[in-house]
Design a protein. Structure first.
Length: 279
């Protein structure tokens, strides 16, 4: 069976002035499709050839030996070449650009920006892209708690957090509590730690390291700030969480762990007025 949007092996059935016509080895009753002359070099009758099947600018089913940047059901980051009245057109490595319809866009789409999309077949049997990729992501990944993963932000809900396509394949979420001090937009790349694998297999992500590793970074951050303030910082373990968050973008508990580390290393003193360098 010949399928739109997929790479498949077809057989050269006949030759014509415009190119070679191909058909399925398993289902020869399907209508032959054209492999244009500029793609047919080195092929002869009865050869098997791997091609990608799509529709050309005249809406005809056609084959190409070029390798597209995305295939049916796959999620990939593609660049917008042009925004028009009917939608945005994406560079997917083929002669005819890929349409991202307005109804499949999230937020304002801009030329020369990259967006995470999935390739699907619409109701009119056309290959199109969609930014609404949640339904195409998988829930059960090979990752475990504290693994470090990379992903792309594909949706942002101000009440919930930033939704991430982990490795462009799995469901991930950075909760709002983890986003303080970070300004993200659609398509931004992130590296995060898996904080929790939920019962449904989806991944809860954190932008902070494991506690013992993060504590080292936080301690150095606080120490550097005290040095920059000429040896005294008007904060201590009795300061309100809001003041600590405003100064360091960390929770009060993380702050207390970090200054505890600096105390044990005898690098600071804590007074009623704040933190001072130990001379």
């Amino acid at each position: 069976m010949i399928e739109l949007g997929k790479k498949q092996t077809l057989k050269v059935i006949r030759k014509a002035s415009v190119g070679l016509f191909l058909n399925s080895v398993d289902d020869p009753d399907m209508e032959d499709i054209l492999l244009p002359n500029n793609q047919a070099e080195g092929l002869k009758l009865d050869d098997d050839v791997e091609v990608f099947v799509y529709k050309d600018s005249e809406d005809r089913v056609i084959a190409t030996r070029k390798v597209p940047k995305i295939t049916l059901g796959q999620i990939s980051s593609l660049m917008v070449k042009e925004v028009t009245k009917i939608g945005a057109f994406l560079d997917w490595g083929l002669d005819k650009d890929l349409l991202l319809p307005f109804k499949e866009q999230i937020g304002k789409v801009k030329s020369e920006h990259y967006y995470l999309v999935c390739l699907y077949v619409d109701k009119t049997d056309r290959l199109c892209a969609t930014m609404k990729i949640s339904r195409y992501l998988q829930s059960h990944s090979p990752y475990k708690m504290n693994d470090i993963v990379k992903g792309t932000i594909y949706s942002i809900n101000r009440d919930i957090g930033a939704f991430v396509a982990v490795e462009n394949k799995y469901h991930g979420l950075i909760p709002n509590s983890e986003l303080t001090g970070h300004l993200f937009d659609y398509g931004d790349k992130v590296e995060a730690r898996i904080k929790r694998v939920k019962s449904d297999g989806k991944l809860e992500l954190s932008l902070r390291k494991e506690v013992f590793k993060q504590m080292d970074d936080d301690a150095e951050k606080i120490y550097a700030r005290v040095v920059a303030k000429k040896g005294f910082l008007k904060l201590n373990d009795n300061s309100p969480p809001s003041a600590i968050k405003a100064e360091f973008n960390m929770s009060k508990s993380a702050f207390k762990r970090a200054i505890g580390r600096l105390l044990r290393e005898q690098r600071i003193n804590i007074t009623d007025k704040g933190i001072e360098l130990r001379r």
